[in-house]
Design a protein around this ligand. Structure first.
Ligand SMILES: [Zn+2]
Length: 78
């Protein structure tokens, strides 16, 4: 069984995160993760990005908030 290199790791990381990896592929992935600090960091960053995306878009200002803000801007002393 050949060792996974970083390119393969990057190609496989999505499958891993979607739990699509199993058997030897998963084993090679985890082995590489274990011995490659760069890819460990990379995986952490991807997880963080996914977390951020899952949290979804920031809540929009309601119309009332928006009006109140605009009014505050208009009346802000110079
Ligand atoms: Zn690597």
């Amino acid at each position: 069984m050949t060792r996974m290199n970083c390119d393969e790791f990057v190609e496989t990381v999505t499958a891993y995160l979607e739990s699509d990896l199993d058997g030897p592929e998963l084993q090679r992935f985890l082995e590489h993760l274990d011995e490659c600090d760069g890819c460990e960091t990379y995986l952490d960053q991807i997880r963080e990005t996914i977390d951020t995306l899952r949290r979804g878009p920031r809540p929009q200002l309601s119309q009332a908030d928006r009006s109140a803000l605009l009014a505050a801007f208009r009346t802000r002393p110079k």
